[in-house]
Design a protein around this ligand. Sequence first.
Ligand code: UDP
Length: 329
Amino acid sequence: MSRKRVLITGAAGFLGSHLCDRFIAEDFHVIGMDNLITGDLRNIEHLFKLDNFEFYHHDVSKFVHVPGELDYILHFASPASPIDYLKIPIQTLKVGSLGTHNLLGLARAKNARMLIASTSEVYGDPNINPQPESYWGNVNPVGPRGVYDEAKRFQEAITMAYHTFHGLETRIVRIFNTYGPRMRLNDGRVLPAFIGQALRGEDLTVFGDGSQTRSFCYVDDLIEGIYRLLFSDYAYPVNIGNPDEITIKQFGEEIIKLTGTKQKLVLRDLPVDDPKQRRPDITKAQELLGWEPKVTRAEGLKITYTYFKSLSPEMLSNVAHKNFETYNK
Ligand code: UDP
């Protein structure tokens, strides 16, 4: 029997590359696509020798062509950290809106099922905790995070419209903070920031007073949840994340302990519109998918720290950004 064919956008990124690995392990034919603004080919170079893996260097905000049949499309291309949105706001808006539209068109043409990567950012700075899927959010459309949050909200809306009006098979995952190997060291996210600082012998920068909370999910758990959602028959959004909530200050203390660094926590200004609390209500995922996270933060952080320690000193010190400006139009 011939292999099922899946297109994964953002394939060279953190989540995209782990998805490629999972679908290869499940014996799919995987077509990866990435424009490599924030992605890194080193995340998928081990797949290039396989005959059931192909890669296209392409920006999905432009018309997308893929020869042959497609059974599934997973749209994971997007800048995904506050620092990235500030550097490449237009690209962030385009990949969530125009990119999603192009891929929905491709899904229709190929009669493929489409899963989109949405985010807990659709809840903005939430007024309720934990956040269930039924919560509509508290988003500032014109703040620094607006380019990401509103693109993702539009993405959900257009995906639902294609489902309702064209009968397209669609799935929407709302992803909460996730961590693990292959996160970009310079993306400004709190985990690579803290671990990178510890490894370079710098103090750990806590934004605000560190009382804001997040709930961190290990990447393998997230990928399992996405895999189950794709093969479920549920078209409405589903939260996937780990409800184990922690303040950023406590998180910093955990990283100090884990790395054994002699450095300390130092306080810095809180970025504009930084959510005060975030924790997924995962009742729906538990009931619909029989899914819940299995990896504790202690276990996941250990694996992630081992990965970051294995990076070359050159990669560790490279906190500069790539040539984002050329794409920002
Ligand atoms: N944060 C921090 N120090 C850093 C980077 C981030 O204290 O060096 C904080 C940030 O203000 C936020 C939390 O850590 O409250 C998580 O930030 P991240 O960018 O990882 O994700 P998001 O805000 O999108 O959840």
